[in-house]
Write a protein that binds this ligand. Structure first.
Ligand code: ADP
Ligand code: MG
Length: 355
């Protein structure tokens, strides 16, 4: 249908799922990742197994791709400067969002919902405990974070300018949501209903579409639109929110498709991966319909064994299995996910196995 070559920086599961969707549309993919075992590598026609700092390889990659997208935010933006016209997501998102400190200042400079209180870790600590120390760069899945309840828990190695400290929210009403929104280069916007996300040890565990108060939903959608527009960003983007006692905060922004949107593969009329492709190609966006009672449960390295119990079991026949094909299974590292509609008590049964 569309004879275009799309380059993807990063060759993990997100690249794989983008390439699978794109292949149905007749698209071809170049995939760039320094990891020779990147699980998305065989889903592109060309695999650039090069370092992200290899300017020559980056030049070659852009030269043989009509359009380039990125599936994670920690790629060098300076090297992309000569090619910004080929990157619908742009580089402003990379420049601002690679560092939690500049990210949070950017979020708070815009209209609408703000972040929780935060500060640099090398300054006088003004935030009351409990607080959370986070590395400014390269953190994901809760890595590089330390929750502090008492002074003696503070590791002084973290009290420098490479870390921030932020207020830690807790309480029975605490909830996490994400808004996944697409913006096509033709000017259209489309978003999914808010996803309600449950994390365990800082890692996403379960996502579902949950009905929430209209005013809270509207605040989240408005803020996401504000962010996507101010970043001059085209493509799919995700904003994570915290809600507590009816107050809404932005947690962080992911300039890419997002784990909390994986349930859209079967749980919506269009997956976030296809939506992303339509956006970066400037195609019209469909009206999004999400199906009720759909869930996504993440699979981590430690779940491989228990998973064997359900894969051959008839009780789980309506579950969709998505395995990423990673070459190693490490505890607390994502290896796949399940999606399913919660009928016949399926959610509870799965919760009993995938803990
Ligand atoms: P990452 O980039 O690793 O996803 P996040 O800042 O999103 O880092 O933190 C991961 C998870 O840790 C969040 O989704 C949330 O469950 C928890 N968390 C992080 N910061 C806070 C906070 N200030 N208050 C409450 N929970 C938090
Ligand atoms: Mg997060």
């Amino acid at each position: 249908m569309i004879d275009k070559k799309i380059g993807i920086f990063g060759g993990g599961q997100l690249a794989k799922m983008i390439a699978i969707e794109g292949s149905y549309m007749g698209l071809h993919f170049n995939i760039f990742d320094p990891n020779p075992f990147a699980c998305g590598k065989s889903f592109g026609q060309n695999f650039f197994n090069k370092e992200f700092l290899d300017q020559q390889a980056i030049d070659d990659f852009f030269n043989c791709s009509h359009i380039v997208t990125y599936e994670f935010e920690n790629v060098m933006s300076d090297f992309f400067l000569p090619y910004t016209e080929k990157i619908p997501q742009g580089i402003k998102a990379l420049q601002l969002l690679q560092d939690r400190y500049t990210e949070k200042n950017f979020i708070n400079s815009l209209k609408g919902v703000k972040t929780v209180n935060f500060q640099l870790a090398n300054e006088d600590i003004k935030i009351p405990k409990p607080y959370i120390i986070k590395s400014r760069r390269n953190g994901y899945d809760g890595k590089g974070q330390q929750l502090i309840n008492k002074d003696e828990e503070v590791d002084s190695r973290f009290l420098n300018e490479n870390y921030i400290i932020e207020e830690f929210l807790q309480g029975t009403s605490f909830r996490e949501y994400s808004i996944i929104m697409g913006r096509s280069t033709n000017g259209e916007f489309a978003n999914y209903q808010p996803f309600a996300n449950e994390h365990k040890n800082g890692i996403l565990h379960i996502s579902t579409i949950e009905k929430i108060q209209d005013n809270i939903k509207q605040l989240m959608i408005d803020k996401t639109k504000e962010i996507i527009t101010s970043l001059n960003y085209y493509g799919v983007l995700c904003v994570e929110f915290f809600v507590i006692d009816n107050k809404v905060y932005v947690n962080e922004v992911a300039p890419r498709v997002h784990n909390s949107g994986h349930l859209t593969i079967e749980g919506a009329n269009i997956s976030q991966f296809k939506l992303h492709i339509l956006c970066i190609l400037g195609l019209p966006l469909p009206t999004i319909v999400t199906y009720s009672n759909y869930y996504m449960v993440n699979l981590l390295g430690q779940h491989i064994k228990p998973l064997k119990k359900i894969i051959n079991n008839k009780e789980y026949k309506d579950v969709n299995f998505h395995m990423y094909g990673k070459n190693s299974t490490i505890n607390n590292r994502k290896v796949g996910h399940l999606t399913f509609q919660d009928t016949n008590n399926l959610l509870n049964k799965i919760k009993g196995v995938i803990k």
